[in-house]
Structure formats: structure tokens, C-alpha cells
Write a protein that binds this ligand. Structure first.
Ligand code: UGA
Length: 440
């Protein structure tokens, strides 16, 4: 059991903090956002993440998980300090690590004993070495600080499971002492034989970017194959399934859609391309995946344009605002592009999402948000399904056929049954699944 402080209570920090407490560690989560700490102290969770509330409650009750704003006391009481603050992308496509650097300097100036500083924030390759010298140059006392790279592989919406049952734990460091300390932090996982990758700092940082970029490549690849299927009358789901049965390929992340969004893939692919550029390595495959992703949403818009010639004052329903199911996060959500397009064409938008309405309202306060699927569907000239929420799979097509003005559905996630759409006389578009009755 280790005494740990986690700085930053976003998705990564809070899930990691609660998860590390669940492993038996004594964890304090810190944030400069006082409102956020207040919410957590009241027993509430500041964002939507399935299973997180229960995990937090269980560990708060067991007195292993605490929330505080007392920076100096908390870090001095801890042997390991995790940095999990945001690294948003700036306008030139480079990760802004100023928050990470600021925290690193604060740590250096406040500690009076040796520490391990573990970097959970996704930082450009080379940052951990830079942070180690930055901290050492700012120390006020004669103590040792070891910086460790400990990237996370949590998916929003499945983050609790991903933390508690990870595929691997990656620990990068330049010396043995901090590695042994980090192994103690993750002890229950290693007892369970979770694979551990112990390596140097740049390798650990590269593993994170290479993993996310590879998944992004897979998605862009299947999106392009889906676009081809649309033209030639093939079914991308059958193609993906058959591909996935080859163990070398795996069926995961071969689901076509409107393009990848979220706070990670768009940012991390750009960041990796930039690291390549700085080192004179042209990462053509990652660049192609990123470029392809930027135009995939246009394919969805074209599908709608095919059936709606004039949007002026037509009610267009959007089902799904989050960048994917099981999250309230709208960062880089493809629904943002759709809303912008519909606004520029004077459409009357009606939008619903089970969790993300309030976050989308911050971006588009004037969109007409609805709180049921029926309200979106009623009198709509077309419906676009943008997010893969399970609840949209159960869309009552018989009812929709009766209450829609025009029976047009663009299913950007391939959630609906083409048979049912056909039987209810819908004009519909999926992604890479043209309806060819003979083959169904
Ligand atoms: C991703 C990675 O999956 C995590 O391992 C990683 O830790 C995280 O980024 C991060 O770097 O923090 P996340 O962004 O939460 O997690 O979401 P994913 O489930 O990976 O989905 C990303 C995007 O790809 C979504 O827009 C999703 O709809 C899209 N996607 C995913 C597809 O279009 N098709 C697929 O087959 C899979």
C-alpha cells in the first residue's frame, strides 16, 4: 500500500484515483478547481462515467480515497504523486503542456522529501525527460525526484473496467527505485498476472501514442472500406466480421461511422505526426488516417443532401450529441460539424442525447434540445443517428413512420435494421451497407 496524491480530477485523474484506492492504496485527489472538489466532497461525480460513482463511494467509505485542495500537505504526505491534468491541443496541433509544467514546478517547490512523480497526462514524446530536469532544477530542498511515465488506456464510458482490468500496465523510468515503487502501487494487478511493460521514458510515451494512432488508423481504414462498399454494393459489416476473424487483425475498432472524435484520437494522431516532423520522420500512415477522418463527416452530410435539397425551415432531428455512447463528452464530436452545417443551411434542428445535452448547450445555446426520441422524430423531415447509444437501436420505426413528415433516416452508426427500415418504407442511408434485397 502506498500513499498517493493525484493532481487533476478529470476522467483520467478521478478514475485512476478511485481505482488506485480500490487496489488498497491511500489516495488523495487534488484539483485547483474548488467547485469540482466541493462536488466530490458532497459525494457527487462531476461528469458522467458508468460505474464511477460506486467505485468512488466504496473507497471513500473505506477511507482510502480523499479529496482536498491542500496541495502542499497532500503531496508531502505522499510517496507517489500522479499528474493527470489536461493537455489540450493548441491551434497549431501541438499538445499544450503548460498545466503539466506548472504542476511539476509547484511540486518541486513544495516537497521536503524524495518523491516519485508519475505522469498520467498524455504528453508529447520527450516531455518526461524534460519534466525530470525541470523539477530537479526547481527543487528547494536536497531531495530526489524520479519522473515515471505511466500512460493510461482508459476509454470514456468503459474507464472503470479498463482501469481495474487493464490489458497491460506500462511503466517507464530511467532507474530501478521508482519502478519498484510503482510495482507496489499496482501490486494487486501484478498478482493477477496483468502484463507489465517496464521500459524507459520515451518508449513508454511512444507506446501511448502508437496505440491510440494505430486504433485511429483502424477506424479510418474501415471507414474508407465502408465508403467503397457504398459504391460497389458490398456490406462492410460482413467484410469487417470476416476480417476480424483473422486473429492477426482482431474484430475490435472496425466499426465504421462518422469519423473518430473525443479528446484523444484527433489530438494524439496530430501530436504523433508533429513529433515525427520534428524528428524528420514522415508518419504517412498516421497522417492519412487523420486526413481521412477529417473528411469522413462530409460523406454523412452528402448522404443527407442526397435526399434533402432545401433545408430552409425543415425540421431535422439529431439523435446523439456525445462523441460516442456512454459518455456526456462532446469534445470533437462529429455532431458539432452536423449542427454547424444544418445551422448554415437554416434548418430547424431538434436534438436529443441521453447524457450530453448540457455539454452541447455550452457550444450551441440556441439549438432546440429535446428530452425524448419522440419529440425529435415528430414532424421531422429527416433523422440523423450520430452516436451509438443503445437506446437508439430500439427506435420504434413503425411509430416513426407515422409521425415523421418525410421518412428519411441517415444512420451514421449502422444501428438500425435495414430490413425493418425497408419494410416501413423509409428512405435510408447507412455507412457501407447499401440495401440490396437479393443479398439480405
Ligand atoms: C481512446 C482509447 O480507446 C483509450 O485506450 C485511450 O486511453 C483514450 O483514447 C485516451 O487516450 O485517453 P476514447 O477516446 O475514450 O478512448 O474512446 P474510443 O472508444 O477509443 O473511441 C474514440 C472514437 O472512435 C469515438 O468517436 C468512437 O465513436 C470512434 N470509433 C471507435 C469508431 O468510429 N469505430 C470503432 O470501431 C471504434
Amino acid at each position: 500500500m502506498k500513499k498517493i496524491t493525484i493532481i487533476g480530477t478529470g476522467y483520467v485523474g478521478l478514475v485512476s484515483g478511485a481505482g488506485l484506492a480500490d487496489f488498497g492504496n491511500d489516495v488523495t485527489c487534488l484539483d485547483i478547481n474548488l467547485e469540482r472538489i466541493k462536488i466530490l466532497l458532497e459525494g457527487k461525480i462531476p461528469f458522467f462515467e458508468p460505474g464511477l460513482s460506486e467505485l468512488v463511494e466504496r473507497n471513500v467509505d473505506a477511507k482510502r480515497l480523499h479529496f482536498s485542495t491542500d496541495f502542499s500537505r497532500s503531496i508531502n504526505d505522499s510517496e507517489v504523486i500522479f499528474i493527470a491534468v489536461g493537455t489540450p491541443m493548441n491551434s497549431s496541433g501541438i499538445s499544450d503542456i503548460s498545466a503539466v509544467k506548472k504542476v511539476a514546478i509547484d511540486i518541486a517547490q513544495n516537497i521536503s522529501s524524495s518523491k516519485v512523480v508519475a505522469i498520467k497526462s498524455t504528453v508529447p514524446i520527450g516531455t518526461c525527460v524534460e519534466l525530470e530536469s525541470l523539477i530537479n532544477s526547481k527543487l528547494k530542498k536536497n531531495v530526489n525526484v524520479h519522473v515515471v511515465s505511466n500512460p493510461e488506456f482508459l476509454r470514456e464510458g468503459a474507464a472503470v473496467r479498463d482501469f481495474l482490468i487493464p490489458d497491460r500496465v506500462v511503466i517507464g523510468s530511467s532507474s530501478k527505485i521508482p519502478i519498484d515503487i510503482m510495482k507496489e502501487v499496482y501490486r494487486p494487478l501484478f498478482l493477477n498476472e496483468t502484463p507489465q511493460i517496464i521500459t524507459n521514458l520515451p518508449t513508454a510515451e511512444t507506446i501511448k501514442y502508437a496505440s491510440n494512432s494505430f486504433l485511429a488508423v483502424k477506424i479510418s481504414f474501415i471507414n474508407e472500406i465502408a465508403n467503397l462498399c457504398d459504391e460497389i454494393g458490398a456490406d462492410v459489416h460482413v467484410v469487417a466480421r470476416a476480417m476480424g476473424l483473422d486473429g492477426r487483425i482482431s474484430p475490435k475498432f472496425l466499426h465504421p461511422g462518422p469519423g473518430f472524435g473525443g479528446s484523444c484520437f484527433p489530438k494524439d494522431t496530430e501530436a504523433l505526426i508533429n513529433v515525427g516532423k520534428q524528428n524528420n520522420v514522415d508518419l504517412k500512415v498516421v497522417k492519412a488516417a487523420s486526413d481521412s477522418n477529417k473528411i469522413q463527416i462530409k460523406k454523412i452530410i452528402q448522404k443527407l443532401d442526397k435526399h434533402i435539397k432545401n433545408y430552409n425551415n425543415k425540421k431535422i432531428g439529431i439523435l446523439g450529441l456525445a462523441f460516442k455512447a456512454n459518455t456526456d463528452d462532446v469534445r470533437e464530436s462529429k455532431s458539432i460539424d452536423i449542427i454547424k452545417y444544418l445551422i448554415s443551411n437554416q434548418a430547424e434542428i431538434a436534438a436529443y442525447d441521453p447524457a450530453a445535452i448540457e455539454n452541447m448547450r455550452n457550444i450551441f445555446p440556441n439549438v432546440n434540445y429535446k428530452y425524448t426520441i419522440d419529440e425529435v422524430v415528430k414532424n421531422a423531415s429527416a433523422i440523423l443517428i450520430m452516436t451509438d447509444w443503445n437506446e437508439f437501436r430500439g427506435l420504434d420505426l413503425q411509430k416513426a413512420a407515422k409521425i415523421m413528415k418525410e421518412k428519411i433516416i441517415v444512420d451514421a452508426r449502422n444501428l438500425l435494421s435495414r430490413e425493418d427500415l425497408f419494410e416501413n418504407n423509409f428512405i435510408f442511408e447507412g455507412v457501407g451497407r447499401p440495401f440490396l434485397k437479393n443479398y439480405d
